[in-house]
Design a protein. Structure first.
Length: 185
């Protein structure tokens, strides 16, 4: 008798092998997707700093900070129409997303914080409510391994209205005042 086709055992063996392959592949694919989403926060933080630098150069009414001062440019103040939602589709929060500029007497340093919140509002104390980049020096975003600055609710979000938090986050205890430019300017 000449048989054509596969036996039930052969089909079951193929199904089991495919199941094992999918079981190993899906977590890797999920990890890669999450990694790319976190990298998007880093890229968009760099983009926000570039927008802030451009705004400072173009707007003659804006002054760079003095030695003991930080200038804050909020997301609402900056022209960020291309930068409104994160890779999860959540809106960036205007109250917690900004660029801070400091001056140490010889150079300007840019810091950025970019926070997206669930449902458009943030409970910063609830770690499940937000994702993004907490206040970090711009130069660190270009280093190898900068993805570690993209977080999901496990770090302290810095409120730009609180001088002591800005001083601590920037490591510059000499800051005595901030000039805040928000959407109301």
């Amino acid at each position: 008798m000449n048989k054509k086709g596969f036996t039930l055992i052969e089909l079951l063996a193929v199904i089991v092998i495919l199941g094992l392959l999918f079981t190993m592949a899906i977590p890797n694919i999920s990890r890669n997707i999450e990694r790319q989403r976190l990298n998007t926060y880093i890229d968009e933080s760099k983009q926000l700093v570039a927008i802030a630098k451009s705004t400072m150069k173009k707007n003659v009414n804006l002054e760079y900070p003095d030695t003991n001062q930080a200038v804050i440019l909020t997301l609402d103040f900056l022209d960020t129409k291309d930068l409104d939602k994160d890779s999860y589709g959540r809106k960036y929060n205007d109250d917690y997303s900004y660029v801070a500029i400091t001056y140490d007497g010889s150079k300007y340093t840019y810091y950025v914080q970019l926070i997206a919140c669930l449902n458009g509002s943030c409970n910063i104390n609830n770690n499940a409510d937000w994702r993004g980049v907490t206040l970090v020096k711009e130069s660190l975003l270009s280093e190898e391994g900068s993805i570690k600055y993209a977080v999901s609710g496990n770090c302290k979000v810095i409120n730009y209205n609180t001088l002591s938090e800005i001083k601590t986050a920037t490591g510059n205890d000499s800051i005595t005042s901030t000039v805040i430019h928000d959407g109301d300017d």
